[in-house]
Design a protein around this ligand. Sequence first.
Ligand SMILES: *Cc1c(COP(=O)(O)O)cnc(C)c1O
Length: 402
Amino acid sequence: MNELFASLCVRKLDVPVLNPPQQLPLFLSSSFSFDRIEEGVDIFTGKQEGYVYSRYGNPTIEAVTRRLEAMEGFGLDMDIQGYLTSSGMSAIHLILVSLLGQGDKVLTQANLYGGTTELLTRVMSGLGVETVFSNLNDLEQIESQLKSDPAIRVIYLETPTNPTLSCLDLKAITDLAHQYQIKTVVDNTFCTPYLQRPFAYGADFVIHSTTKYLNGHGTGIAGLVLGKDKSFMKDRFWTVLKLTGATCNPFDAWLVANGIRTLPLRMDRHSANASLLASSLADHSGVDQVNYPGLASHPSHSLASRQMSGFGGMLSFSVSGGQATAFRVMNQLKLASMAPTLGDVDTLVLHPATSSHLRIPKAIREEQGITDGLIRVSVGLEDAKDLITDFHAALDCALVEK
Ligand SMILES: *Cc1c(COP(=O)(O)O)cnc(C)c1O
């Protein structure tokens, strides 16, 4: 009796799906079964499509991936292949490892996301992949580096950059790269495909930390790699992904599916709020500088206007009085939280000099505009008037305290 009971408990459950669920089901299954062994063999050998094991593929993850491919390739006549990964960092690691080996070099900018700089200098270097830092706004410098160093195989870039929001010319850089048979990888996390589609400007690969705007609610960590060379993605990239096991989990993928359904609404509101907050901060006497590509005074304004369909939700500003004043402003804010992420629905502030850019020597940091008085803001979806009032009150208070 008890033996039969145990078998009953253990036996797999059948799901009688008579008509489709209205929302994406979450398939929490590590493996998939076959009715007949022949079917299993056909799926394993690629003769028949099907699922085997969730590290290789999972229906929830694939549904979200297909949508993300369509978004990044929107309006472009391209067949894009994507894969969700366990984090933005694993997305970057996987594409670099798939493209590069011992003796190859990456050309990139100095003002990358901090984790990416460390990945290049502390992990990729150990695999014999060297990083060459350059000013990617200087096309002549890039060309002379490519000409003189045939070991450079990849140009890796971010636009706009963190936290000064300076932009790089995607078309000019990818055109140059292709003259030298070099692949380009673009981190599109800050923009999302709603605001900028790097494939339209010739990029070969696009990566995302979906942790940020694509999830949009700060509830999960995941990454995404997309490529327009479908056979490279399905063969080399997928092999590296499945064998290193940096796969996304179905729940984080499901959270991204939820996030992207409101992406256009959120990005419009993030951009509108950031634009209003940026102009109002520029008018405050205690603010030295505001970095927001939507401001006509920003050095990348005309490039951003061409390349992006909106200016996004990220800005930074520096206060006169340096770190002490910046800390007072941050501690005074009522609506903004201090958290080291971005792209959530609520406004977040961060002090780059003592967090994301802590390990960068002060002289180099300041050369990039990351001064001790700089505050980065991921502008949320609150009412813009409330945000402006809060930031101005915090600034007034911090300046009086001084
Ligand atoms: C957060 C972030 C990453 C890293 O992503 P994780 O999901 O934290 O691993 C990479 N690039 C940019 C621009 C980011 O903001």
